[in-house]
Structure formats: C-alpha cells, structure tokens
Design a protein around this ligand. Structure first.
Ligand code: GLA
Length: 330
C-alpha cells in the first residue's frame, strides 16, 4: 500500500503520541495540582509548603501553579490534564470563575476542590458540589475586633471616640465576613457605627491596602485614634503604613491582621512596635497539607473530601508569635 508523505507524517505523529501516552500511563504516581491566586503572598507560599509535605509523605507529585487571572486559571487546568494530574486544589483569583472552573475540570476529567475563597456558581450561590476548606470568617473577624477592643481598653482609649478603618473587599464573601465580624465586635464593645469608615481596596496586597486607606485617613483628619481591620495581614499593614505616612504612629493606631504568615512575623520582629499590634493566626497546614492530602485520597481511593470545612484562628502578637510559629512548623 502506497503511503503519501502526509499519511506517513500522520502515522509518525500518531505513533509519537501513543508513545507519550504510554509513558504517561506507566508513570503510576498520583499527581495533584495546587493553583493559587497570589503565588508571591506568604500565606500561599505556606500553603504550598505544607501541601508539599503531604506529597512527600504519600509519594504523590504536587504541581504548583500560580494563576493571577481567569485565562491563566483555565490554561493551568488544561496544563494539569496534559501532565496527567487526577485533580487539583484551587484558590481562584475571582470566585466568579466558579462555573468556568467546574466545567473545565469536568471536560478534563479532573477532580476539583477549593481552598480559602469559595467558588460561586451562575446563580450567585456557592457551588456546593465543589468541596471547600475556608476559615470561619465571621468568628475570626470578631476575634480581630475583640483583640483591638482589649488593646484600646489597655491604653485607656474611649472607644466611642475611635474611628474604625474597615479596608473592604466586599465582592469576596470571606473578606466581607471577616471585616464585618470585626466591625460588629467593635461596635458591641462601644465603637459608634457612625465612626466606621470603609476604604475599598482593588487588590488584596499591601499596596492595595495602602492605596485604599490613604485618602480615607486624609479626609478624616479630626480622628485621633484609629482601629484598622482588613481581610488579611497585607491589607491591614497597608493601612498601618498609610497612617504612618500621615504622621500617625504606634500610639495612634491599633490594627489587627488576619493570617500570621511572613508579613506579620516581619512586623513583630521589629525592635520598635508599630500600630500592627496583633494578627489572627490561621492554619496554612490545614489549608495546604489537609487539602492536598484529601485530594490525593479522592484520586487514589475514591474517598471524596468533606463538603465544607471551616478552620479557626488564634491571637498572635509580639509576645507569643515565636512560640506559635514553632508549634505550627513542628
Ligand atoms: C484569602 C486571602 C488570603 C488569605 C486566605 C485565607 O484567600 O486573600 O490572604 O487570608 O484567604 O483563607
């Protein structure tokens, strides 16, 4: 049978693919993807670090991908499929990508679970079919608010005269719940609702917090004492830096972050205390190790993860941060 050049090339290509597929098949190691929205943020670095510990323990391959926008997320999912992954854990750059992520995972026969930020479906509700691990946001926010109230009391501040800077990112449910939880706790402790000032951030990093806070603080020049809350340590630190830039130092500001990763540690390690008095330490181990482990078991043993898990947090400050970190890393 005569074979044309084109047919010959097609045969060759087909043979090549079969060989590659054969190789992929013979590599029996389970592969788990771990996609995060902000790979440079210490929190996500920590999640990856603990996920890698799970991979080392169980002998699966962890494929870490940073995806900062929707196109990158979809490309990452395709890439995971090409590399033979069985599923992935994701903290998406926008929860509204939920439906697209779910469809893309399905088309590629990949299992998916979310971490940190819960994915939203086309009906504007969380996608319940995607297992999720997140923080108990309202409670953790309340703990941040109570921590600030306790420090205000210690300083002898009258909470009725304190301004609350709520650096907000309300399109993200967990961010809204965190800061509203803090706000409610402070109002319960005596802060006046009319003294709450929202500052909307565009990005959830320190620069985003700084840019949101600066104009609001500038406008309220008559407020002498500030409480500052936000969705994470970076945001709150941005607010503290903005206050410092306007001449308000540690004695004029009580800020409490949420996270407890490198950003807060660096602040607590400084010789002189700043307005960033505390943070609520979360568990990157549970968010990184436990999710990667759960995905591995789902792929390997067919055991689906718990549909919904909420993790807790504890107060971390200049006095206890080193002891708490040692415990987390142990
Ligand atoms: C969100 C925030 C992160 C971190 C996690 C914790 O994703 O953007 O900074 O706080 O939640 O769940």
């Amino acid at each position: 049978m005569a074979v044309s050049r084109k047919q010959f090339l097609q045969l060759l290509a087909g043979f090549g693919l079969a060989t590659v597929a054969g190789c992929a098949k013979s590599d029996e190691r389970v592969k788990v993807g771990f996609i995060v929205k902000q790979p440079e943020e210490p929190w996500f670095q920590n999640e990856w670090k603990f996920a890698q510990q799970a991979a080392d323990k169980y002998g699966f391959e962890l494929i870490k991908i940073g995806a900062t926008d929707g196109d990158k997320v979809l490309a990452a999912i395709d890439n995971l499929a090409t590399r033979g992954a069985g599923g992935f854990v994701i903290c998406a750059p926008n929860p509204r990508l939920g439906t697209a992520i779910q469809q893309r995972a399905k088309a590629n026969d990949l299992k998916v679970m979310s971490v940190d930020d819960r994915l939203i479906g086309s009906n504007d509700q969380p996608i319940e079919a995607i297992p999720h691990v997140g923080i108990s946001a309202t409670k953790i926010g309340a703990l941040a608010g109570e921590t600030i109230a306790a420090e205000a009391k210690r300083r002898g501040w009258n909470l009725a005269e304190v301004g609350l800077l709520r650096i907000s990112f309300d399109s993200l449910q967990t961010a809204r719940d965190r800061t509203m939880g803090a706000q409610e706790a402070l109002i319960k402790a005596g802060l006046r609702p009319e003294n709450v000032y929202d500052a909307t951030q565009r990005t959830s990093d320190t620069e985003g917090g700084f840019n949101a806070a600066s104009p609001v603080l500038t406008r309220q020049a008559n407020v002498r004492h500030w409480a500052i809350v936000g969705m994470n340590d970076e945001t709150v630190l941005g607010g503290v830096r903005a206050a410092e830039g306007l001449g308000m130092k540690a004695d004029a500001v009580i800020a409490c972050g949420i996270g407890g990763s490198g950003t807060a540690e660096a602040e607590f390690a400084k010789t002189d205390a700043t307005g960033f008095v505390a943070t609520i330490l979360l568990s990157p181990r549970q968010h990184g190790y436990d999710t990667a482990e759960a995905m591995y078991r789902w792929i390997k043993e067919g055991v689906a993860p718990a549909p919904l898990t909420y993790t807790s947090g504890q107060v971390m400050n200049r006095d206890n941060w080193q002891a708490l970190k040692a415990r987390e890393d142990a």
